[in-house]
Design a protein. Structure first.
Length: 355
């Protein structure tokens, strides 16, 4: 997922080679120390910091976030596509605002073609998700023409290689590409207490917060923060950190490609995942239970580039793809990777967080 910013091509920010190298390094390791980043790129620490601040100001990027696998501690993900009916722009905004206000929504976006809105939900189990969904139907069922519900099985987060395609070979030789794999398996031995959830809550909004800053906000010791985060990484609750890069600020468009797949054997799935990893424009791969077994989130320069990727995917996997659906992602109304933290602890805002 990413946050789209409306830009016309003629007004796109200019990025030089150093900017693109910074983006490539921080894309999958957003908390890399500035000194290490500067050394890798053979620039001064000041230059690295200045360029990052400039890209923040120009809305090429936003604050980074920790990549988490909430299923490890028993929180599941669900995805719903909605097609609306009998709504004008004002009513549509009202409905989307309602979706975005829910504690359980991770991602709310406007999309095109057959569907109008895509939403990712968090819930403790299918019963809780059903309650959330039925509440939506009570509020806005008469404006919903149809929907498709998908349950997450796992996620692969791939590098945004298109920012600088030859960079990996230049800087890392034959080193494998980095992928964050959300295995989404519940480990009953791992529990998050109030402090754990508060730490993750802060880092899901800004992964650049230091141990000291987190400790101050939560009125706990720096060593406690450090130890808890080490445990979260060891237990794979935290997989890493990513910079929030806005593809539209780079002149790229976002599309979803949903694949209706039959006979997905482990062997063919492995080939499919490897194919996606080696395509510089496929950024996220989601495996679902539901009509669409696999979902690709793609970032491309134009429709022509997307069509080329679609045809290649379709031809290479014609033995298992029975149908597919594509739609553009227009705008992200909400992105919050751990929205239920406050409610899972108290049902209210966390009083430990200082204003």
């Amino acid at each position: 997922m990413r946050q789209n910013i409306t830009n016309h091509e003629k007004s796109l920010p200019k990025l030089d080679l150093k900017d693109r190298k910074i983006l490539r390094e921080l894309d999958m390791d957003a908390t890399m120390p500035l000194n290490e980043l500067a050394k890798k790129l053979k620039i001064s620490r000041y230059v690295a910091e200045y360029r990052i601040k400039r890209m923040l100001k120009e809305k090429i990027i936003s604050l980074p976030y920790v990549v988490t696998d909430s299923a490890v501690v028993g929180v599941r993900w669900f995805r719903v596509l909605f097609r609306l009916k009998n709504v004008d722009e004002q009513k549509k905004k009202e409905i989307i605002s309602y979706f975005a206000s829910l504690d359980s929504t991770i991602w709310v976006a406007s999309i095109g073609n057959k569907w109008d809105v895509i939403i990712n939900f968090m819930a403790l189990d299918s019963f809780e998700f059903n309650s959330i969904f039925e509440e939506i139907i009570i509020h806005y069922g008469k404006f919903i023409h149809g929907y498709e519900i998908l349950t997450y099985i796992d996620i692969h987060d791939n590098e945004r290689e298109y920012i600088l395609p030859e960079y990996n070979k230049e800087m890392h030789g034959n080193k494998p590409k980095k992928v964050f794999f959300h295995e989404m398996k519940h480990n009953q031995e791992i529990k998050l207490d109030e402090t754990d959830k508060s730490i993750i809550d802060l880092l899901s909004k800004n992964a650049w917060l230091s141990y000291t800053e987190i400790a101050h906000k939560l009125t706990i010791s720096r060593n406690t923060v450090k130890y808890r985060l080490e445990q979260h990484r060891k237990n794979k609750v935290i997989l890493g950190s990513r910079l929030m890069i806005h593809p539209s600020a780079l002149g790229y468009q976002s599309y979803m490609l949903f694949l209706d797949i039959h006979n997905l054997t482990p062997e063919r799935e492995k080939v499919l995942q490897e194919f996606a990893k080696n395509k510089q424009n496929i950024i996220y791969v989601v495996k679902h239970i539901g009509r669409y077994r696999i979902g690709f989130e793609c970032e491309v320069q134009d429709q022509k580039e997307f069509q080329k990727l679609l045809v290649e995917t379709r031809d290479k996997f014609e033995d298992i793809i029975s149908d597919y659906e594509i739609f553009p992602i227009f705008y992200d109304h909400k992105i919050n990777y751990f929205p239920m933290i406050g409610r899972l602890i108290y049902g209210e805002d966390n009083p430990k967080l200082k204003k």
